[in-house]
Design a protein around this ligand. Sequence first.
Ligand code: SF4
Ligand code: SF4
Length: 146
Amino acid sequence: MSFWKEKTLAELSAQEWESLCDGCGKCCLNKIIDDETDELYYTNAACKLLDAKACNCMHYEQRFTFVPSCTKVTVDNIAELTWLPDSCAYRRLYQGRDLPSWHPLLTGDKTKMHELGMSIRNKIVNENKVRYLEDHIVLWPLKDCD
Ligand code: SF4
Ligand code: SF4
């Protein structure tokens, strides 16, 4: 059942909302915003809690204890979270788009997402090992498919 097509984001249950997350991990990458141009740059320097293979948070339930600056994506703040990647399911639905064909809710698992390079799998470095974020700017998190 395509509940995301039948309901607005505000009508989704908590479980439905959580299931929309594709688990790509791209929102957990450090980003740089140019002070002068407001341009957003993604880096491959990931939050220390992000698992590079599973692409999920190693302490999701307690994440705010470990990383107070972590952002919870909600229906109330999705409009403001313009730094989310264009491939993010929440951003796509908020913008009136559909889920991408590789989304785990459509394919049954994360295999297609990884194959298409839409996740952070094996592409990141732990932020604790990074000296200058500017040296880690990458373009692949901006990739969006269908
Ligand atoms: S970018 Fe969006 S879909 Fe991907 S892990 Fe983050 S919240 Fe989930
Ligand atoms: S605390 Fe977890 S959910 Fe938050 S940015 Fe880090 S890895 Fe991502």
